[in-house]
Design a protein around this ligand. Structure first.
Ligand SMILES: C[S@@+](CC[C@H](N)C(=O)[O-])C[C@H]1O[C@@H](n2cnc3c(N)ncnc32)[C@H](O)[C@@H]1O
Length: 298
């Protein structure tokens, strides 16, 4: 960055050009978000202060943010912020950055709710966006959220605190349903809903991922064996043991996994029906499977 008097508009032009040279996908947007973050201004406010000079006290840290972005650190890890269903969440490299597709999972649960408060289990909570946004919208629901990663659970806990949901969500650490087996009251091991956004990328797809994802997001949140189904396979076969009569399992899948997932559900007699829900790109993205009213949890 050459030495001169910099105004907001010059900085944005220079930074977006520099990002473009380095193959950063949304150069202008990223420049605006990062400068706005540093100056504590929204993108609109930046435009309203286009002529404002930016002094050394901000230029030095801004150079550091630019450097991190050139190394393909995702913008959300630099700003430690991600919006999900219009709520603000803290994120860092301990957790997956929540994706817009996952908002649909939460909206599906909220759209099919009953008047009765529900017991809901979220497996693989990561930053806690699913559990926390459900708790914010359904203050009477009892939610258990688990993750195999203790560092991720610390982030989820922080987000639940920020949204005043800690009394409503019980966080537990462990592999898939293992923590639930430790609950000593049998009724507390039964759920009306089990929801999950599992890891589902095949190991061989590693090199096709963007550098932002491949080099910065937690591996445990992304990869699921040679066929991408190691977690989904267990989820489908084990969930019925923890579902109440009429209970529902709702989970996200990869854009090309519908056929394999269909075969896995058909092989599991506990489910009485299931459907795929499409994302905004018209790809099968969510699976909603139900057990019947006569279902007997083990
Ligand atoms: C795709 S991320 C989803 C995070 C968050 N729920 C979201 O939608 O943004 C998957 C999460 O599952 C967790 N995970 C992976 N394998 C797991 C397992 N066997 N048992 C529990 N959690 C697991 C990862 O640590 C990660 O936080």
């Amino acid at each position: 960055m050459p030495n001169k008097i910099w105004r907001v508009m010059d900085l944005l032009d220079w930074t977006s050009g520099y990002f473009e040279q380095h193959g950063i996908p949304n150069p202008r947007l990223d420049a605006e978000v990062l400068l706005g973050h540093l100056l504590d201004k929204s993108r609109l406010q930046l435009y309203l202060h286009f002529e404002m000079p930016v002094f050394q006290e901000h230029l030095t840290p801004f150079r550091e943010l630019i450097k991190r972005r050139i190394e393909h650190t995702p913008v959300s890890y630099i700003t430690n912020r991600k919006e999900f269903l219009s709520l603000d969440f803290y994120v860092d490299e301990r957790v997956l950055i929540p994706r817009p597709e996952t908002e649909q999972l939460v909206e599906t649960v909220l759209a099919t709710n009953t008047d009765t408060p529900q017991r809901l289990l979220e497996l693989g909570t990561g930053s806690g966006v699913i559990a926390t946004s459900l708790a914010v919208h359904q203050a009477e629901w009892d939610i258990v959220a688990t993750d195999i990663s203790e560092p991720a659970l610390a982030v989820a806990q922080k987000n639940a605190e920020a949204h005043a949901c800690t009394t409503q969500i019980t966080f537990m650490s462990g592999d898939l349903f293992e923590p639930i087996k430790m609950i000593d009251i049998p009724e507390k091991r039964q759920f009306d809903w089990i929801v999950c956004n599992p890891p589902y990328i095949k190991n061989v797809e590693r090199d096709s991922l963007s550098l932002d994802v491949r080099d910065h997001e937690p591996e445990i949140a992304l990869f699921a064996g040679d066929d991408g189904l190691t977690v989904i396979r267990r989820l489908i076969s084990e969930a019925p043991q923890y579902l109440s009569p009429n209970g529902k399992l709702l989970f996200e899948i990869g854009a090309t996994q519908a056929e394999s997932v269909c075969a896995l559900i058909n092989a599991e007699p506990a489910y009485c029906r299931y459907e795929f829900l499409k994302d905004y790109a018209k790809k099968d993205r969510l699976v909603l499977a139900s057990v019947p009213s006569a279902h007997i949890p083990v």
